[in-house]
Ligand binder design. Structure first.
Ligand code: HEM
Length: 408
């Protein structure tokens, strides 16, 4: 049987209903996409297999048969291809090993558990500053704008060494990119190009005088090894910005919302704050904000997945949101259970492309949730869930606003 794809979510807090049916039908399901067909990978085990087999599976959109170009109604124009070629340099999320490893290796030291531990005081300070601002401006507010979006923006600026005076520019453009979709609207593309040129300038300055921040260290490493072009360096930093921003910015309000709607679980965390790290894992699994758009692959050799023969040149969309609700791995998967203790979710992916920033993301989410609920214990969501402007078509699932109120 061949199904039509993509399939929309019916409830904002769960993958599309259809995913469950497909998952029980087979681990691989054939699907029709705008200009071809693709394999949907529905179960956890097969998702791990496809995402970790970089010998037979490619993530490069230029590989023959890659499904992403087939999602567009037409081929890109020459002009678009030219823009993409320039901006594609250094975007190692779209590369296969060994090229991918060259880039990723340079960044690994920036995201170790130890390095992230050193960043925690700065994350805590940014969190407290934002909550001070919220309190000063008064209840009610939009938590996405006042907090969820702003915290990752501040953390990214600190990580990359964006000067304080440029933060408003940076924040406005990244918000525009997030609201409109980086690659899917003229406005989003225009904002992305502005950010790219901004980073281009920032890196040019750092090339003359490298500071003690991520960009400074990359510039120095590049000088020593001569491995990177200037454009590739800009591209790498741009990727960090996009990958780290939209994801965390969407997870913060969604997690706050989920806990406010499950007060028993929030109470349990208030009674035992040691439970926060596991709660973060469960919120990541439950929401699965990165679904198939982040897990687009193509077979480069004939292979077998879940008993199904797959030929070279056939594409995959791994349904991350389905794998994270696979009852073969998670008991009672549709229930939010902050004590579940399951770290084997695929919210950060799996294999060589597994999220490079996951330690940082975990720290940001934990500090954000814990501090917000500690400092604003009466926090509540205003209005009904069906009034919230959920973003059903974005690269990452989320809500564009979350009205909240509190009393002190
Ligand atoms: C809640 C937050 C986050 C989620 C859910 C998330 C999710 C993901 C996922 C699913 C992938 C794998 C994509 C694939 O397989 O192709 C990924 C890759 C990546 N993420 Fe994250 N991410 C988050 C936060 C961050 C942060 C804070 C950073 C850095 C500042 C970051 C940087 C990256 C990078 C650079 C990659 C590409 C890795 C590679 O291709 O080797 N992410 N992320």
């Amino acid at each position: 049987m061949t199904v039509n794809f993509p399939i929309s979510r019916t409830c904002p807090f769960a993958p599309p209903d259809e995913y469950e049916r497909l998952r029980e039908q087979a681990p691989l399901v054939r699907a029709r996409i705008p200009r071809g067909e693709v394999w949907l990978v529905t179960r956890h085990a097969e998702a791990q297999q496809v995402l970790s087999d970089h010998h037979r599976v490619s993530t490069d959109p230029a590989s023959p048969g890659h499904p992403m170009p087939l999602m567009r109604p037409d081929d890109p124009s020459e002009e678009e291809l030219e823009i993409r070629r320039r901006f594609q340099a250094g975007q190692f999320i779209d590369m296969d090993p060994p090229e991918h490893s060259l880039y990723r290796r340079m960044l690994i030291p920036e995201f170790t558990v130890r390095r992230v531990r050193e960043m925690r005081p700065a994350i805590q300070e940014a969190t407290d500053l934002l909550i001070d601002d919220m309190i000063r401006a008064g209840s009610p507010t939009d938590l996405v704008d006042a907090f969820g979006f702003s915290l990752p923006s501040m953390v990214t600026c600190a990580l990359l060494g964006v000067p304080y005076s440029d933060r408003d520019f940076f924040r406005a453009r990244t918000r525009k990119m997030m609201d409109t979709g980086v690659g899917s609207s003229e406005e989003g593309i225009a904002a992305a190009i502005e950010v790219w040129y901004y980073l281009d300038k920032l890196i040019t300055v750092a090339e003359r005088e490298p500071g003690d921040d991520l960009i400074g260290r990359l510039v120095t490493a590049r000088r020593e090894t001569g491995e990177l072009t200037h454009d590739a360096l800009v591209g790498m930093v741009f990727l960090l910005l996009i990958a780290g921003h939209e994801t965390t910015a969407n997870m913060i309000p969604l997690g706050v919302h989920a806990l406010l709607r499950h007060p028993d679980q929030l109470d349990a965390l208030r009674a035992d704050p040691e439970g926060w790290p596991l709660a973060v894992e469960e919120l990541l699994r439950y929401h699965s904000i990165v679904d198939w758009v982040g897990f687009d692959r193509v077979a480069t050799q004939d292979m077998e997945v879940g008993g199904q023969a797959v030929r070279a040149g056939e594409g995959f969309f791994v349904l991350g949101a389905s794998a994270n609700r696979d009852p073969r791995v998670f008991d009672d998967p549709d229930t939010l259970d902050i004590r579940r203790g399951a770290r084997n979710h695929l919210a950060f992916g799996y294999g060589v492309h597994q999220c490079l920033g996951q330690n940082l993301a975990r720290a940001e989410l934990e500090i954000a949730y814990r501090t917000l609920f500690e400092r604003l214990p009466t926090l509540r969501v205003l209005g009904e869930d069906d009034e919230l402007p959920f973003n059903y078509d974005g690269v990452v699932f989320g809500t564009r606003a979350l009205p909240v109120a509190w009393s002190l």
